[in-house]
Design a protein around this ligand. Structure first.
Ligand SMILES: [Zn+2]
Length: 283
């Protein structure tokens, strides 16, 4: 703690999803219309607060939290201390990493899940379980965690810790490196898990956040080589057909397109565009 304080500023970015929160197994916990949502947004908030408090104990001088699940309005903002800022709502540029820049020192992922290409993982998907079947950067399939780590890497910021189910932690580590990981539950299937209680999860997250920030010099930014080739496969046929009208888009096969961006910001903008745009957007 003293060592961190002596180094001066320690700016921490925390991106929070919900599928990897302890106890989450189905859509019953994940959206405003679901019967357990109110309870589980509180658990999501408490896991995040645990990371916030642990980061402060490890010397964090500034913390930015990005509410990054669903409508991005899940975290109970009034439960946070006054010296923390929160990013809420969507669409927004850089999405789950909105607000990240070169001034940050470390990134933490809370409540993350595995990719849609993983054989395991509770609610395993990549950006859209309903629409996308594969997302790859420079030929390598990525999770949201690895994609977001590459966005942070663009700004020279390393990811130091992830919490989520066992599949999510293992999959991100396989790409990003041996960051600290906390398993909130063991995957039994897409809609089932053997889970810790919220109390146990909160304690474990705090421990791993402290461990990660104590040795943050060990972690390197996850840099993908530029220009960055983004491959996306859609569940349906038409998105690939219509996107290929654009000269910047190449149709790779019936359900897949390729876009080459100068860097991860370009690629992130492209993903956010195809995820957000429809002609009926209002206002
Ligand atoms: Zn989510």
């Amino acid at each position: 703690m003293a060592a961190s304080a002596q180094l001066g500023k320690l700016k921490v970015y925390i991106s929070v999803d919900m599928e990897g929160v302890a106890g989450v197994v189905t859509a019953d916990q994940l959206g405003p219309a679901s019967f357990e949502y109110a309870k589980f947004r509180e658990f999501m908030t408490r896991e995040t607060l645990s990371a916030v408090q642990a980061a402060k104990q490890a010397g964090a001088t500034e913390i930015l939290v990005a509410d990054s699940h669903g409508n991005m309005e899940n975290l109970l903002i009034d439960m946070f201390p006054p010296d923390v800022r929160l990013i809420r709502g969507s669409p927004r540029r850089l999405s789950m990493m909105a607000g990240i820049d070169r001034t940050f020192d470390a990134v933490i992922f809370i409540g993350y899940h595995a990719s849609t290409n993983n054989l395991q993982g509770v609610r395993a998907h990549t950006f859209s379980s309903a629409r996308l079947t594969r997302v790859a950067l420079n030929g390598a399939v990525v999770t949201e965690g690895a994609f977001n780590a590459a966005v942070a890497g663009h700004f020279g910021v390393p990811v130091v810790m992830i919490s989520g189910d066992d599949a999510a932690v293992a999959e991100v580590r396989s790409l990003v490196g041996n960051i600290e990981g906390f398993e909130t539950k063991k995957t039994l299937g897409f809609h089932s898990a053997n889970s810790l209680t919220p109390e146990a999860s909160i304690a474990g997250i705090a421990q791993k956040v402290k461990a990660a920030l104590a040795r943050r010099g060990d972690f390197k930014p996850y840099a993908v080589k530029a220009p960055v080739t983004l491959d996306i496969s859609f569940k349906n046929y038409m998105p690939a057909e219509v996107l290929a009208y654009l000269k910047i888009v190449q149709r790779v096969d019936s359900h897949s397109i390729r876009y080459v961006g100068q860097d991860m910001v370009d690629v992130s903008d492209f993903v956010d565009f195809i995820s957000s745009y429809n002609l009926a957007l209002e206002p």
